[in-house]
Every structure is written in structure tokens, then in C-alpha cells.
Design a protein around this ligand. Structure first.
Ligand code: NCD
Ligand code: ZN
Length: 348
């Protein structure tokens, strides 16, 4: 008989985009309703490159939430070719949880990203010294490399070498999408971890391209073949503490996504935990959802685990076609379709 409800320690989202301005209020509440904390990505326009900017952004998020039930945004710095060791020290002292590496041009708002990681060695040394993790968007930007191969090539060309040069550097390989990335992280030392999104666990690349083009399923790194999806499910549900929840919920206004050059990013915040529950339920491993969603990430970031709880109840509902988003709207993953679980907060 299938499990009808489960309770777990309140989860955290270790990779999230909250955007800025009026849109924050529309999307942050969806995350705060379920998750205790979230690692907030710094790819605003202009990017969040200093500790002062990150702390100001944190205040805008908290203001937009109006003090919603104990949600804690965990802030990150956007690495550029000019990030100094002094900025890293200031960030660590201010409670910033990591520095995000976007190879220049890899994804949305990454134009100011890093062009030469080797030239940043003193900054990376400061991160080692302060125990500040490097969060990587793991794709090469070389136009010669096929978009479906960019993650695997990144491992060889960038990730393995930087881990070799910096033996104390802690790294989160964000939103892994391939069996190559899973194998790399599983066999790497404990200082290397990875986040996995709901879309990469549930969908393969047919979900973007077969039977009509579905922009709501288009993100970067792009969805891959079925064999990669299966490797991700095995990693997420396998109990290895190196893998944890990171939605990469990345809302874009419908007008920007459904256009001649549509933005990359899937919006999942309101349904993310329910989507992960579907994945773990179909894998027959609901018993491992809590560790993936609520323990492994906190342990890696050396933060306490949450103490309050949420309940997932098997009770299908229909996901809206769109949610409000500033003066536009955002089309979520699974739009207009059924989802199997509902999330409730458990009163202490
Ligand atoms: C993200 C965004 O829109 O900010 N897009 C995405 O497809 N995941 C950027 C990112 O995390 O790559
Ligand atoms: Zn992201």
C-alpha cells in the first residue's frame, strides 16, 4: 500500500533565485511557506559582488516577506575576475555562505562571471582559509562544445583541476544533470557536494522538445537523456550525504520566457517539495527524502539542522497555469497538471 503521509524535519533549499524588486514578494513567500532557509543566488542585474550588496539584498528579501515565519535567506557573493581576498574575508565574517562561480556567459545574468579561474587563485585561497564554499555553475561556455556535453567537459577542464590546485577548497557542484557529474561527486572527497533540482530528477530532454516546445521546462544546464535522469534519481535517493536538495527555482516573466530568445530557468518554488516527494515515492525511497531535503545540506554548510517539521500528505491538486510575478506572470513547472502531494506545516 502506498504511503499516505509523511513528516519530515523542515527542509532547506540550497540553490534558489529570488530576483529583485516587486517580484521578490511574489516568489519568496512560496519558498518561505515550506523551507526554513535558502541559499539565494547572486545573479541580479547588477550582480551581488560585495558583502555590502549581499546584506542589502538580504534586507530587501526580509522586508518583502514581512517577517514570514522564521525564514532565513542565506546569502552568496557573485565571483568576478576582480573579487579580492579581502572581500572573501569580509563575506565570511558577515555570515555569507558561499561564492558563486558563473563561467562568463554560461547562463542568465552571467556576463560579469569569471573568465579565468586560475587568475583568481589568491581569492580561492582566501575561501579555503575561511571555509567558504565555492558554488559552481558547472558548464563550459566554449561554443565548440555541444550544449548537452558542457557539464561533462567542465569536470575535466575546470572542476578537477581547481580541486587539485586548491586541496582545501569546499565545492558545491550546483544542479548536476549527468551521470558523469554524479560519478565525479560520489567518488570525490567529502569537501565536494552537489545539489539536484526537481526538474532534472523528473524529466528528460523530451519534456522540452517532444510533442511541442515547452519553455517552462527549459533551464540551464539543459535537461539531459533518460539515462542521466536515472543516475540522478539513484544519487538523490541513495543516501550519500554529498547530494542534497537545491531547486534552482528560477522564475522569469512569461513574456521573457515565451519569446524569440527565451530565458533559461524553471519556476518550481510552490511545488518543489511535492515534486521531490514524487521522485522519492516512485523510487520506493520516501524514507530517504528527509536526509536529502533536510540534513545533508545543513551538514555540508556546517549549519544546524532545522527543528520544526512539515507534513507531506498524498492529496492530488492541480498546479495553476501561472502565478503572479511583478507586473507579469510566471509559468511554473507542471503548469495546469496534477501533482500528488500537499505540504502542511506541523505546529510545534
Ligand atoms: C538561472 C536563472 O534564471 O537565474 N537559470 C537557469 O536556467 N537555471 C541561472 C542558473 O542557475 O543557471
Ligand atoms: Zn541557479
Amino acid at each position: 500500500m502506498s504511503v499516505m503521509q509523511i513528516e519530515l524535519t523542515r527542509p532547506d533549499d540550497w540553490h534558489l533565485h529570488l530576483r529583485d524588486g516587486a517580484a521578490i514578494a511574489d516568489v519568496a513567500a512560496a519558498t518561505a511557506a515550506v523551507f526554513g532557509r535558502a541559499v539565494v543566488m547572486p545573479n541580479l542585474r547588477p550582480p551581488v559582488t560585495t558583502t555590502a550588496a549581499a546584506l542589502a539584498y538580504r534586507e530587501r528579501i526580509l522586508t518583502a516577506l514581512g517577517g514570514a515565519a522564521g525564514f532565513e535567506p542565506l546569502m552568496t557573493l557573485y565571483l568576478t575576475d576582480r573579487t579580492t581576498p579581502g572581500e572573501v574575508a569580509a563575506a565570511a565574517a558577515a555570515g555569507i555562505v558561499g561564492c558563486k562561480l558563473y563561467p562568463a556567459g554560461a547562463t542568465t545574468n552571467s556576463d560579469d562571471g569569471v573568465t579565468d579561474l586560475e587568475a583568481l587563485s589568491r581569492t580561492l585561497e582566501a575561501m579555503e582559509e575561511h571555509g567558504l564554499p565555492l558554488l559552481v555553475h558547472g558548464e563550459v561556455t566554449d561554443p565548440e562544445v555541444d550544449i548537452f556535453d558542457r557539464e561533462a567537459v567542465f569536470i575535466e577542464r575546470v572542476l578537477a583541476p581547481v580541486l587539485g590546485r586548491h586541496e582545501g577548497l569546499r565545492v558545491v557542484f550546483e544542479h548536476v544533470t549527468t551521470s558523469e557529474a554524479v560519478e565525479f561527486v560520489a567518488s570525490a572527497p567529502a569537501r565536494v557536494a552537489a545539489t539536484i533540482t526537481p526538474q532534472h530528477l523528473l524529466l528528460n530532454r523530451n519534456a522540452i522538445l517532444a510533442g511541442g516546445l515547452r519553455p517552462q521546462n527549459y533551464c540551464l544546464p539543459v535537461l539531459k537523456r533518460e539515462k542521466h535522469r536515472r543516475a540522478l534519481v539513484a544519487a538523490a535517493s541513495g543516501g550519500d550525504p554529498s547530494f542534497f536538495l537545491g531547486t534552482d527555482s528560477a522564475p522569469h516573466p512569461r513574456s521573457a520566457k515565451e519569446s524569440r530568445c527565451g530565458c533559461a530557468g524553471c519556476y518550481s518554488a510552490p511545488i518543489a517539495l511535492a515534486l521531490y516527494a514524487e521522485v522519492f515515492s516512485s523510487a520506493g525511497r520516501l524514507d530517504r527524502l528527509e536526509a536529502f531535503a533536510s540534513f545533508h545540506g545543513a551538514d555540508f554548510y556546517r549549519l544546524p539542522r532545522n527543528r520544526d517539521r512539515v507534513r507531506l500528505v498524498r492529496s492530488p491538486w492541480r498546479v495553476p497555469d501561472a502565478y503572479p510575478f511583478g507586473d507579469d506572470e510566471v509559468v511554473p513547472l507542471r503548469c495546469g497538471e496534477e501533482i500528488g502531494w500537499r505540504v502542511e506545516r506541523v505546529e510545534p
